[in-house]
Design a protein around this ligand. Structure first.
Ligand code: FE2
Ligand code: FE2
Length: 165
C-alpha cells in the first residue's frame, strides 16, 4: 500500500533525526553536568547521560528491525535547543540563576525527545513494528521520568536559590 510506504519513509526519516539528536545530547550532557552548581542537578545530568547511551543503542535496534543501517540526519531543532543551552552557560557563568537556566535548557531537550518518541512509537505500532514500538516506549518513559525529576529539582531548590540572590 502506498500509504504504508509513505509512513515507513517518514518513520525512517524521523528515526535518523532522533538518532542524530541523541548523539548530540550525549556530547552536551557532560558539559551541562560540569557547569551545574547544584549536586542534585549534576547527578540528574550524569544519570541521564548513562540512560542516553541506552537510547542510542535502542535506536540502533530499531534501525535493525527496519532492516536499515543506523544513520543520523542533521536535526536543526536539537542544534538550536543545545545552542541556547550553551548560551545560558556562557551568559550566566558564576551567577545564581545558572542552574535554573541549565535546568530549563535540559527540559527543552526532554520535551523535544518526548514529542519525537511519542510520534515514532505511534508510527511503529501502525507499521506493525511491535518490537520497535516497545523499545521506543521504554525510551519515552525514561525521557518523561527525567523531565519529571528536573521539574522536582527546579521546584525544590534551584528556583529558590535564584530568588534568594
Ligand atoms: Fe534520549
Ligand atoms: Fe533525554
Amino acid at each position: 500500500m502506498a500509504k504504508d510506504k509513505d509512513l515507513r519513509e517518514l518513520f525512517h526519516d524521523t528515526l535518523k533525526d532522533i538518532y542524530f539528536a541523541e548523539k548530540k545530547i550525549l556530547t552536551a550532557l557532560p558539559k551541562m553536568a560540569k557547569a551545574a552548581q547544584d549536586d542534585e542537578l549534576r547527578a540528574a545530568f550524569e544519570k541521564h547521560q548513562k540512560e542516553t547511551e541506552g537510547h542510542v543503542e535502542r535506536l540502533e535496534q530499531v534501525f535493525g528491525e527496519l532492516g536499515e543501517t543506523p544513520r543520523g540526519k542533521t536535526c536543526d531543532a536539537i542544534m538550536g535547543i543545545i545552542e541556547e543551552g550553551q548560551e545560558v552557560m556562557k551568559e550566566y557563568k558564576g551567577m545564581p540563576a545558572l542552574d535554573a537556566g541549565l535546568l530549563a535548557a535540559a527540559q527543552a531537550v526532554e520535551h523535544y525527545e518526548m514529542s519525537r518518541y511519542g510520534s515514532l512509537k505511534t508510527w511503529a505500532s501502525e507499521l506493525g513494528l511491535e518490537d520497535a514500538a516497545k523499545l521506543l516506549d521504554t525510551t519515552l518513559s525514561e525521557e518523561k521520568k527525567t523531565d519529571a525529576t528536573l521539574t522536582e529539582i527546579a521546584q525544590n531548590n534551584v528556583n529558590r536559590h535564584a530568588e534568594a540572590a
